[in-house]
Design a protein around this ligand. Structure first.
Ligand SMILES: Nc1ncnc2c1ncn2[C@@H]1O[C@H](COP(=O)(O)OP(=O)(O)OP(=O)(O)O)[C@@H](O)[C@H]1O
Ligand SMILES: [Mg+2]
Length: 461
């Protein structure tokens, strides 16, 4: 029996989402941090080369014969060419005007403090340039003159370098994310593994296995296992109570009824008045009806209880049927019924012997109960392919036009039941026992047509 479970989300999925979400966040932070860092480093190193170039030009500026001259060293500009193929501009200026270089270079016009380079980013000739201006005081014609050297470079190479760095940072971020996601899947999987193995261990148990759970579990799962063990204890106690109740109820109902019946029989022997005798006979019949109904109801309750948690052991159907036939022999003899047992060898199945006895007894009881005097009832155990069958054949007239399927429903009795004492539960019990063992109950007329042939079929072990 499987009951629907009210499922709300999945622990594994929730954990996975949280871990992958955190990994994505960390990957984004890593990407921007790395990108910011390398961009700063690239810009700073470029600025440093610009400064070195400007300083080296500034060092080459001198005063000769009262005139400011500059002998620009080759290395001053070539060091910039080594960094990238970007265009380089320079300008040497004094307060008197531009001495050499690009006069329109958009750099600081105001005097720059010596040893304090001024870096600027500007647009020039349709491109973005990075420029640095350094200054130095020279003595010309007896007066100090501030000479300013500006060096600028376009930023195309820088942009290409930054794009490459961007790709590397992106690759790093994505790589981190993929790796962290893989680890997240593994972590989510392994964190629910104890839960899964506990579930498997419990579902592998047999239906009667009500031992407490003792396998080691993580601390977070201990409240669950404690509640489960407490539930198992309560279930055990409740099952034990039900079993005791069924046995106790059967005893308490049957015993007083048997006493009342015996008293009524004794009184019947003493009473001579015909009206009183008829009343007593009716009383005895009512007691028999009640006793049978109580017995069958309790048997049915016991069958339902035991089939719910079927305990299977090897049962020899041949020995079981032979034993029952022998026990019912005295009942059959009361009606001069010949009760014969036949078998073609041992037939064994895995099942609950008490339930199987109950089923066969009900079928045999019917065969004897519905047969007239001097008839024959045959009990056979046979192997038929993968099945072990117990067949009970009688000469009681069979099921003329009856819906045999309906006769296996609770409290349904056939048209032939008449005055026969019964409660309509015998075939229900037999069918439920057969089905609980994976078998079935076949109700049909015998081949001779003289009566019924009721067969219990069970799969062989
Ligand atoms: N061997 C049989 N021959 C003819 N009719 C049968 C036979 N077995 C069962 N029946 C019919 O099937 C009906 C249902 O049988 P079932 O054993 O379930 O109930 P019951 O015999 O009436 O009562 P009880 O619960 O006391 O056995 C019977 O009332 C009877 O009409
Ligand atoms: Mg019956």
């Amino acid at each position: 029996m499987s009951a629907a479970v009210n499922v709300s989300g999945s622990l594994r999925r929730r954990l996975l989402l949280q871990l992958v979400g955190s990994a994505a966040l960390l990957a984004a932070v890593l990407f921007f941090a790395v990108l910011g860092f390398v961009r700063t480093v690239a810009e700073e190193s470029h600025d440093r080369i610009l400064l070195a170039s400007a300083t080296s030009i500034l060092d080459s500026v001198s005063v000769q014969a009262g005139e400011i001259t500059a002998d620009i060293p080759y290395a001053a500009l070539s060091m910039l060419g080594n960094v990238s193929d970007d265009r380089v501009f320079y300008r040497i200026a004094s307060p008197a005007g531009v001495l050499t270089g690009y006069a329109d270079l958009p750099v600081a016009e105001e005097p720059v403090q010596p040893r304090q380079p001024l870096f600027e980013t500007a647009a020039y000739k349709g491109e973005t340039i990075r420029a640095v201006t350094v200054s130095r005081r020279l003595a010309a014609q007896g007066a100090p003159v501030a000479v300013q050297v500006s060096v600028a470079q376009t930023r195309t190479g820088q942009a290409a370098l930054l794009e490459q760095l961007f790709r590397s940072a992106l690759f790093l971020g994505v790589g981190f994310f993929v790796l962290a996601s893989g680890l997240a899947v593994w972590a989510a999987q392994s964190s629910i593994t104890p839960l899964r193995s506990l579930t498997e261990a419990i579902s592998r148990r047999g239906p009667k296995d009500l031992r407490p759970v003792t396998r080691p579990v993580p601390a977070e799962m201990s409240p669950l296992v404690l509640s489960l063990n407490s539930f198992i204890r309560r279930l055990q106690a409740s099952l034990a109570r039900s079993e005791d109740f069924i046995a106790e109820a059967a005893h308490r109902v049957r015993t007083p009824l048997a006493t009342v019946r015996a008293q009524a029989e004794v009184t019947l022997m003493r009473v001579e008045n015909e009206d009183n005798r008829a009343s007593l006979r009716e009383m005895i019949r009512a007691i028999d009806e009640s006793s049978r109904a109580a017995g069958q109801l309790l048997d049915h309750a016991m069958v339902s209880f035991r089939t719910d948690s079927l305990e299977r052991q090897e049962v020899n159907l041949t020995a079981l049927a032979r034993d029952l036939a022998e026990r019912l022999q005295p009942v059959a003899e009361l009606k001069d019924i010949g009760l014969h047992f036949q078998s073609d060898g041992d037939v064994s199945i895995k099942g609950d012997a008490i339930l199987l006895q109950n089923a066969v007894r009900n079928i045999l009881d019917n065969a004897i109960k519905y047969s007239g005097r001097d008839r024959t009832v045959r009990v056979r155990t046979v192997r038929n392919g993968g099945w072990g069958n117990i067949e009970v054949e009688d000469e009681a007239g069979g099921f003329a036009g009856e819906d045999t399927e309906a006769l296996t429903r609770r409290f349904v009795r056939g048209a032939n039941a008449g005055e026969t004492i019964g409660s309509g539960l015998g075939l229900t019990i037999a069918r439920e026992v057969a089905e609980a063992h994976g078998g079935r109950l076949i109700i049909e007329n015998s081949q001779t047509g003289a009566g019924a042939c009721v067969t219990l079929c069970f799969p062989l072990c």
